[in-house]
Ligand binder design. Structure first.
Ligand code: 5GP
Length: 205
């Protein structure tokens, strides 16, 4: 019996460590795949088209919006990002669980469209630590860092409607917490019920 993949949505202010945590968890859980978003942002050094993002022009993004090809999309830090309906459906139909790393605006849209998804918010231990991490990354200009710090305050007000919070102070602990959330969700009765009834059909009557 083909199991329907679960959807996990992870949001965080920039610099909270979400991407590293998501990479770590994908390495550990074999049935979990990263959903590759589309963006109008330029690639950073080391980023690969089709692996990290589908990097598209503004015109290509506009065309996808017009075609209703996105399940959600948002303007984040001056660039547009979106999850294609095709990425969601292809990932889900082959039984894999999908991990979405998206901002709070996109997560709120997904909550409307996919209410059974699990929503996880990763937060830094403090604003001071967030600033230290953003400056230490050396990938963004001072202006971009300022904008991301400013945005972090409004993003963190959204965390209270998420299902789970992970405070990324100690990376190993946060990674284990994220893993536990995913593993426990996959063991929920409502998730396993159909599979179990196939194994123990006589219990259905
Ligand atoms: P970055 O440019 O640092 O890779 O990502 C900036 C922000 O865009 C992050 O908060 C990231 O989670 C968010 N983001 C990435 N992909 C998507 C997406 O498909 N949809 C939405 N709404 N946000 C996204």
């Amino acid at each position: 019996m083909q199991r329907r993949g679960l959807l996990y949505v992870v949001s965080a202010p920039s610099g909270a460590g979400k991407t590293s945590l998501c990479k770590a968890i994908i390495d550990i859980l074999p049935n979990l795949r990263h959903s590759v978003s589309h963006t109008t942002r330029s690639p950073r050094i080391g980023e690969v088209d089709g692996r990290d993002y589908h990097f598209v022009s503004n015109a290509e993004f506009d065309a996808m919006v017009a075609d209703e090809a996105f399940v959600e999309w948002a303007l984040v830090h001056g660039n547009r990002y979106g999850t294609a309906v095709a990425s969601l459906e292809s990932g889900r139909s082959d039984g894999c669980d999908l991990l979405f790393e998206i901002d709070c605006q996109g997560a709120a849209q997904l909550k409307e469209r996919c209410p059974d998804a699990i929503f996880i918010f990763v937060l830094p231990p403090s604003f001071r630590e967030l600033e230290r991490r953003l400056k230490g990354r050396q990938t963004d200009s001072a202006e971009v860092i300022e904008q991301r710090l400013h945005n972090a305050r409004s993003e963190m007000r959204e965390m209270f409607w998420y299902d789970y919070l992970v405070i990324n102070d100690n990376f190993d602990l946060a990674s284990r917490q994220l893993q536990s959330i995913l593993v426990a969700t996959a063991c929920r009765t409502e998730v396993l019920k159909d599979q179990v009834l196939c194994l123990f059909g006589e219990l259905a009557s």
